[in-house]
Ligand binder design. Structure first.
Ligand code: AMP
Ligand code: ZN
Length: 478
């Protein structure tokens, strides 16, 4: 087996070779969307990085069991259990039921996933479908003496859990001080968090359930502990999310899970950095800087250009989004597709596919992906093969790019490659340009190229003449 190195937030290092609990099998849990609004491209960056991770594992011959939750209840406006439930609040704003809101935004999220070629998890699980498992876990914590009751819910006592900040490496005293700003006088420690919240006495919530402590709903963190253990059993290999989850959500998941089981909760914690806008601000659902994938599609950007943009910056570095950058990645995507098409055109159907094992480019590619997912470098090998070819035969280039594409994930084989009909006037301009070049009339030849470009076509000189390409819509995705 090849050696794979992944940066682990838990140990703060990528020094040790990745090792799963069971050989050739990985249990992977990724915190999913809170479905009260559309996902923005920042959220989607996180899901693309997780998809790359999964593909890298699969490339390394692991069978991956991937579980993703849908948070459809319990995520309050403040991550420390203050404020309204995000779903109930948005249901009121949109004049719909919380259930309809959840259903609508879950479907929208799944469309985004598909558009970005993100492989679907093996298990989608909703918090509202798993209330029993959450209550069971809270009961276990209660029995072990980790909980206490206040007027608004059941809380986890963080002071009873040794090493509460072991994932975040935060200074606990500063943290207690900082968290005190969000006043909840009844909490024993300001880092304590809700396991179960009671419905308000004077009002009926849309989403509420009976429990041994009273009618209410689960806290946000408990769902991920309960569902990851329920669906992955003892194969708690990798848990992922965005970096914002390190300090509160994942810290609390670890505290409550390890308090309940006495065992380590997940061996690898892998976190993706934010997508920011040019001013350095984080893209957030609550901010006006919110951009959806659909906004890119409306501007004729192929969603897969956004996938490439995510690959262009290492997942542990901030990705700065700008319109110019996404336009550039759209061009890169067009080059990839044109490159693949020209390979297919040159393939000799009578030749059998070439062997790719031990090819030096593939070895370099594997080294890059296995070095904590260095995708920018990995992509450069793929791109070179598509656009320049490294003097390889078209048959070998095809085999190599399709092999690498298992990780890059453009799914070149599924992209519908249409032979385009070049209009007659463009062909005439190209012919005139060819004659101008033969007569070494370079100014005239440049002028004709400009004219062709203005009509949204491009011309590429080849050994035997030229190729005409449609600049914008020379491909279609399924
Ligand atoms: P949410 O739907 O708010 O629970 O977030 C879904 C995922 O997106 C989580 O893993 C977050 O950590 C992640 N996330 C939120 N904002 C950003 C951002 N600007 N860039 C990258 N990931 C983000
Ligand atoms: Zn979670």
């Amino acid at each position: 087996m090849k050696e794979l190195f992944l940066y682990n937030t838990r140990t703060r290092s990528k020094d040790n070779k990745f090792q799963s609990i069971k050989p050739f099998f990985v249990g992977m849990y990724t915190c999913g969307p809170t479905v009260y609004n559309y996902a923005h491209i920042g959220n989607l960056r996180t899901y693309v990085f997780e998809d790359i991770l999964k593909r890298v594992l699969m490339y390394n011959d692991y069978k991956v069991k991937h579980v993703m939750n849908i948070t459809d209840v319990g995520h309050l406006i403040g991550d420390r259990d203050m404020g309204e439930d995000k779903l109930e609040k948005h249901a009121k704003l949109e004049n719909k039921s919380a259930w309809d809101i959840a259903k609508f935004y879950t479907e929208e999220f799944k469309k985004n996933i598909k558009d970005l070629n993100i492989i679907e998890p093996n298990i989608w699980c909703k918090a509202t479908d798993n209330i029993k498992a959450q209550i069971k876990l809270i009961k276990k914590l209660e029995k072990r003496g980790y909980t206490y009751q206040t007027s608004d819910g059941i809380y986890f006592n963080t002071s009873k859990f040794k090493d509460y900040t072991k994932l975040s490496h935060q200074n606990l005293e500063n943290l207690q001080e900082g968290a005190r700003i969000e006043k909840n006088e009844e909490k024993k420690n300001s880092t304590d968090f809700a396991l179960w919240k009671f419905s308000p006495k004077d009002q009926k919530r849309q989403m509420e359930w009976k429990s041994p402590w009273g009618i209410g709903f689960p806290g946000w963190h408990i769902e991920c502990s309960a569902m990851s253990m329920k669906y992955l059993k003892k194969y708690l290999d990798i848990h992922c999310g965005g970096i914002d989850h390190i300090n509160i959500h994942h810290t609390n998941e670890i505290a409550q899970s390890e308090a309940a089981t006495g065992k380590q909760f997940f061996n690898y914690w892998i976190h993706g950095e934010f997508l920011n806008i040019a001013s350095g601000e984080k893209m957030a659902k609550s901010e006006e800087n919110f951009l959806r994938l659909q906004s890119l599609i409306d501007k004729n950007i192929n969603p897969l250009a956004f996938r490439l943009m995510c690959l262009g910056t290492h997942y542990r570095k901030p990705l700065i989004y700008s319109e110019t950058a996404i336009q550039n990645f759209n061009t890169v995507l067009n080059n990839v597709i044109n490159g693949y098409r020209s390979i297919l055109e040159k393939i000799d159907p009578n030749k059998s596919p070439e062997k790719i094992e031990q090819n030096p480019i593939l070895i370099d590619f594997e080294k890059a992906i296995n070095d904590d997912m260095n995708m920018a470098v990995a992509f450069s090998y793929y791109y070179d093969l598509l656009v320049s070819g490294n003097n390889y035969s078209p048959e070998l280039r095809k085999e190599l790019v399709l092999h690498m594409d298992k990780v890059i994930g453009l799914e070149l084989n599924n992209i519908k490659i249409e032979k385009i009909q070049i209009p007659q006037n463009i062909i005439q301009l190209a012919e005139k340009r060819k004659i101008a070049r033969e007569q070494k009339k370079w100014d005239e030849s440049d002028r004709l190229r400009n004219e062709i470009n203005q009509l949204e076509y491009d011309i590429e000189d080849t050994k035997d003449g030229y190729t005409i390409k449609n600049k914008l819509n020379n491909f279609k995705t399924n």
